[in-house]
Design a protein around this ligand. Structure first.
Ligand SMILES: Cc1cc2nc3c(=O)[nH]c(=O)nc-3n(C[C@H](O)[C@H](O)[C@H](O)COP(=O)(O)OP(=O)(O)OC[C@H]3O[C@@H](n4cnc5c(N)ncnc54)[C@H](O)[C@@H]3O)c2cc1C
Ligand SMILES: *[C@@H]1O[C@H](CO)[C@@H](O)[C@H](O)[C@H]1NC(C)=O
Ligand SMILES: *[C@@H]1O[C@H](CO)[C@@H](O)[C@H](O)[C@H]1NC(C)=O
Ligand SMILES: *[C@@H]1O[C@H](CO)[C@@H](O)[C@H](O)[C@H]1NC(C)=O
Ligand SMILES: *[C@@H]1O[C@H](CO)[C@@H](O)[C@H](O)[C@H]1NC(C)=O
Ligand SMILES: *[C@@H]1O[C@H](CO)[C@@H](O)[C@H](O)[C@H]1NC(C)=O
Ligand SMILES: *[C@@H]1O[C@H](CO)[C@@H](O)[C@H](O)[C@H]1NC(C)=O
Ligand SMILES: *[C@@H]1O[C@H](CO)[C@@H](O)[C@H](O)[C@H]1NC(C)=O
Ligand SMILES: *[C@@H]1O[C@H](CO)[C@@H](O)[C@H](O)[C@H]1NC(C)=O
Ligand SMILES: *[C@@H]1O[C@H](CO)[C@@H](O)[C@H](O)[C@H]1NC(C)=O
Length: 602
């Protein structure tokens, strides 16, 4: 998610050497433990239970790749590490300095066919910050990518991957945090260049009104502008460079308009997809409706490849905004003010459309921005006034930089608060994790809960740690649908806000440091879980190593989602870390993805 208030957050994904030792009957307690059942895959590939890797004799030949390239009109690209020119025979000082300077910009990654933003999955396999003689390999990123231009390219990719027994991945922007848009030795379907947003008056039994057909590669900086130019607005994300149709919509999708229109997955009308058996299908509430249900929040890259999503568009109009800062000038007062904010969120939660994104460190709290469509600045000031009133009684608390704004359109409001158009202020190279915080926690335990956040925010050795909150009432009443209408994790409906902990890491960090921070994040996540039973977590902004992933990301929907996957991806071609059905596979220590042993039917 976010560079809310100028504090940057980041992105991305890749698959890796994760070793699962537990039997699959129970959720693994700890996914990162030492090798046992799949420590060595030597020989297993012979039996067809593992995908081939480039070092195998059975890896497709140059002639095979040439044939594939011809079948996709010359759109096959060989994967290359971004920092290749920083190492070995390819070393070039100027080219290396250039990539080093651009290393934390999302732009560097979303225009690249294979590289992803997450430092954990990049894993320093080819770092621009190591010496020229240090090794430079693809590591967790794909070996080849098809620069997808139409359904035929996707079909050709599926066919090749199945025939040659190699792993297939789907990459759009590469923002994914948990390794779902990359995989070692894979052929990637790169959907970024499927651009385009078109508008229509949609008619269906459940919805008639404006709609936008958004191609798989379209990003919010393009989508918001296109909608705004037509007097419309769309429920999208905070970050301008996230893609709509990939991870965002398929994983739920939160953003500044969620308290008005529900999550992105609540706004979907239609998906145009290609399945792994080469069929092109349309999924709506009435056609292939189980697929529509799963694609609307049930996790990306799992059921089919999406070519476009058609989403509701909404008439634009005025939007009010607001922001403020509270610096920690008196420690107990400061944390009491944060507890008071939690209680006041319960009031803002009942105001239709009032949406906030905020964050804090031990030093400062900041409402990055409130969004309130159809209302004005003075009403926004009035909505915040009772909170300021309450904290005014605390010693040494001063609110600074408080302001509210009027804008005539959503686009103007969004640009004003996000800044740095078109790509925004967000950077990569962070690690993220968090918890959906139920309303009951703020209602009955705000003081204790804030004590936990105070403790987390002071963890030694993590100076960049920031805790962010995105508060948007996305109850079914707001979203305009009913329980079970789509596969969004039900915990979203009961949550007051999505809490994420964001830790920026130095791009030159050694692998051990990245691992240390990742383990720390997992520990925070366990403590938040213990405090918020049933809270769940947002899969799109999660740590990679969550032993409770099924429960936390899919909750009661898991079983039904698994049957939808079996129906539309019968060959189990689409695999991504912690996606539905992913328990059937394992990525071994040598990077090879295999069917899990001891699994009934495998
Ligand atoms: C800086 C930053 C800001 C963010 N801000 C927000 C925010 O405001 N709100 C929010 O809800 N989330 C936010 N996120 C999280 C974001 O939703 C996820 O990272 C999401 O996975 C991105 O989807 P993508 O398609 O752009 O990225 P990718 O990494 O390319 O893909 C993500 C997943 O989608 C799959 N996928 C991609 N394209 C397709 C396709 N055409 N068909 C099928 N599967 C596909 C991939 O296989 C992968 O599983 C943010 C992330 C970052 C890094
Ligand atoms: C990262 O690379 C190291 C080797 O340097 C390897 O042992 C480890 O498994 C890799 N981790 C991931 C997540 O790929
Ligand atoms: C695919 O073909 C095109 C056009 O001939 C060529 O430019 C490209 O390098 C080829 N891709 C690979 C991976 O060889
Ligand atoms: C991918 O295809 C698009 C056209 O769809 C083209 O503009 C772009 O240059 C191609 N990218 C690469 C890296 O080949
Ligand atoms: C939708 O209908 C309205 C009202 O008739 C019309 O003004 C608008 O141009 C139509 N939009 C599209 C994209 O056809
Ligand atoms: C959420 O929004 C709905 C619809 O506006 C409202 O009735 C409700 O009070 C809000 N809060 C909760 C906890 O449901
Ligand atoms: C309040 O703040 C002022 C100035 O920041 C400081 O001098 C004073 O000691 C503080 N009082 C308390 C009770 O912390
Ligand atoms: C946070 O709480 C843990 C567990 O109670 C404790 O061990 C740790 O010292 C605390 N950290 C800080 C910075 O207070
Ligand atoms: C937290 O902030 C308070 C007030 O500025 C300060 O006294 C304290 O040292 C800070 N603690 C940490 C761990 O930074
Ligand atoms: C997993 O277990 C290992 C060994 O017990 C431990 O070192 C590691 O920190 C654990 N990881 C997580 C994410 O809990």
């Amino acid at each position: 998610m976010a560079a809310y208030s100028g504090h940057v957050r980041a992105a991305a994904a890749a698959a890796a050497a994760i070793i699962w030792t537990q039997a699959v009957t129970a959720a693994p307690a700890n996914l990162s433990t030492s090798p046992s059942d799949v420590a060595s895959t030597a020989g297993s590939q012979q039996s067809g239970s593992c995908y081939f890797l480039p070092q195998d004799a059975q890896w497709p030949s140059q002639a095979d790749w040439r044939k594939l390239n011809q079948s996709v009109g010359g759109r096959l690209i060989q994967g290359k590490p971004l920092a290749q020119r920083c190492h070995g025979a390819d070393y070039n000082a100027a080219a290396c300095a250039d990539i080093r300077a651009r290393w934390t910009e999302p732009l560097t990654y979303f225009v690249d066919p294979v590289n992803v933003m997450s430092p954990y999955w990049l894993n320093n396999s080819c770092s621009p910050f190591t010496a020229p003689e240090a090794s430079c390999t693809l590591g967790n990123i794909a070996s080849y990518a098809i620069n997808v231009s139409n359904a035929q390219d996707v079909i050709a990719g599926f066919k090749f991957a199945k025939e040659k027994n190699i792993r297939l991945t789907v990459k759009n922007t590469g923002h994914d945090y948990i390794g779902r848009s990359n995989g070692e030795g894979s052929l990637a379907l790169w959907t970024h260049n499927l651009k385009g947003v078109s508008f229509q008056n949609y008619t269906s039994p459940s919805y008639s009104g404006p709609a936008a057909k958004v191609s798989a590669g379209a990003q919010f900086f393009e989508i918001y502008k296109a909608a705004g130019d037509r007097g419309l607005r769309i429920m999208g994300g905070y970050c301008p460079t996230v893609g709509m149709a990939g991870g965002f919509v398929q994983g739920a999708g939160h953003g500044p308009l969620a308290a008005t229109y529900g999550l992105a997955a609540d706004n979907t009308l239609e998906f145009d997809v290609v399945t792994s058996d080469g069929r092109r299908l349309t999924a709506t509430k009435t056609k292939n409706k189980d697929l529509y249900w799963a694609l609307s929040g049930g996790g990306p890259g799992t059921y089919a490849v999406v070519l476009s999503v058609t989403t509701k568009a909404h008439p634009d109009g005025i939007v009010a905004g607001g922001s403020f800062t509270i610096d920690n000038t008196h420690d107990d007062s400061y944390w009491a003010a944060i507890a008071a904010w939690h209680r006041h969120l319960l009031v803002l939660d009942r105001i239709h459309g009032f949406n906030t994104v905020w964050g804090f460190t031990n030093a400062s709290f900041n409402l990055a921005f409130a969004t309130w469509p159809g209302h004005d600045a003075s009403e926004t000031s009035a909505a915040l006034a009772p909170f300021f009133q309450e904290i005014s009684t605390l010693p040494n608390i001063t609110v600074t930089a408080a302001e509210t704004q009027d804008h005539t359109s959503f686009y103007d409001h969004y640009e004003y608060y996000t800044g740095a158009a078109p790509y925004g202020p967000y950077t990569t190279n962070d690690i993220i994790g968090g918890r959906l915080i139920p309303r009951s926690t703020a209602a009955t335990r705000s003081t204790d809960f804030v004590a936990l956040l105070r403790n987390i925010s002071r963890t030694p050795g993590l100076p960049s740690l920031r805790i962010n909150g995105i508060s948007n009432n996305v109850t079914h009443a707001r979203a305009g649908n009913t329980p079970g209408a789509n596969a969004v994790l039900p915990a979203w409906r009961d949550s007051l806000y999505w809490l994420n902990i964001d830790i920026l890491i130095d791009p030159a960090s050694p692998t051990a440091e990245i691992k240390r921070i990742q383990a720390q994040m997992n520990d925070f996540q366990h403590r938040l879980r213990a405090f918020t039973p049933g809270g769940g977590a947002y899969i799109n902004e999660a740590t990679w190593d969550n032993p409770d992933w099924k429960e936390d990301y899919f909750g009661p929907n898991y079983g039904r989602l698994l049957s939808v996957k079996a129906a539309y991806d019968a060959g189990d071609v689409l695999y991504a870390h912690t996606s539905v059905g992913s328990e059937a596979k394992v990525v071994a220590a040598d990077g090879r993805t295999c069917k899990r042993r001891n699994l009934p039917g495998h």
